[in-house]
Design a protein around this ligand. Sequence first.
Ligand code: CA
Length: 230
Amino acid sequence: MSKILVVEDEDKIREVIIAYLNKAGYSACEASDGQSALHEIDKQPFDLIILDLMLPDINGELLCRQIRGTNPVPIIMLTAKASLNHRIQGLSAGADDYIVKPFDPHELLARVRSVLRRTNHQELLADRLEYGNGRLSLDSQAKQVYINQEPINLTPNEYKLLVAMARNAERTLSREQLIDMVMGIDFEGDARTIDQHVKNLRQKIEEDAKNPMFIQTVFGAGYRFHGGGK
Ligand code: CA
C-alpha cells in the first residue's frame, strides 16, 4: 500500500484529499505546515508527497527543494497560481507534477496513480553503466547516479530522463518522445517542460553545462545522449 503525505494548511482541502486517497486504498498522512511535514518525512518513508505551494511557515517551492536535497520521493505540487511560469518554477524546484486549484479530486487521483506508476516501474538496464571515460555512472539496482564515483541527487524525473536517454544513446529523441518516456503518455503539460529538466540535469552531470558532452541539443529536433568512452 503506497504511503502518501498531504501537506496543506487549508483544513477543508486537506480533509477532502485525505478522504479520497483513503477511499482509493492509499495510506494517507497529513501535515498542515512545512515544519510538521519535515517532521513526518524524518519519521517514515513516503511513496509520494502532495505539497501545497502556499503554506503558513514556508514557501512550498523552498520546502520542495529542501526535501529534494536528500530524498528522491516524488512530489505533486498544488497551487492556486495557474500561469505556465509558475508551473515551470514548480518543476525547477523538483516537483514531478503540478495541479492547479480548484481541482477535481478525481483528477488528483489520476495524477497520483500516474506518478506512482512512473516511479515504481522496473528498470531494464544492466546493473551499472559507465559513460564519458567513467565520469558518469548509472547504477540501476540502487537507482543511483555517480559523477566521478561520487553519488549525486537527481529528482525521479531527472533520473528517468537520464535513463531514457542513455538507453537510446546516439539517437535523437524529440521532446514529445521524451515526455512519453519520462512523464507517461497521459501527461498534458507543455513539451518544453523537458527543456527545464534537461537544463537541471546538465547542471548536475556535465562538466560544463553550457557546453554539454552527454546531453546534446539537436536543433529543431530534440536531444541526443552521447555516451563517449567507457
Ligand atoms: Ca495553502
